[in-house]
Design a protein. Structure first.
Length: 73
């Protein structure tokens, strides 16, 4: 297993859809919605389908083979 890629945010919490855009996984909210509906995303080991899910520092987001870690600058 590879180490999670840290994605720094200005402050927590951040919505999952915004985090996915910031991490470069999606380009906009519509793409985030489609990704969550079709592919699915894991947050801290559990399936998540809500763009509005609040993420805090230390949360792990799994998208495909990549794991992203929420970090605060």
């Amino acid at each position: 297993m590879t180490s999670p890629r840290p994605v720094p945010i200005a402050r927590a919490p951040i919505q999952l859809g915004q985090f996915l855009k910031l991490a470069g996984v999606v380009e906009d909210g519509a793409e985030a919605k489609a990704l969550l509906a079709e592919v699915g995303v894991g947050v801290n080991g559990e399936a998540e389908h809500r763009r509005g899910r609040k993420l805090d520092a230390g949360d792990l987001v799994a998208v495909g083979d990549e794991t992203l870690e929420v970090t605060v600058e």
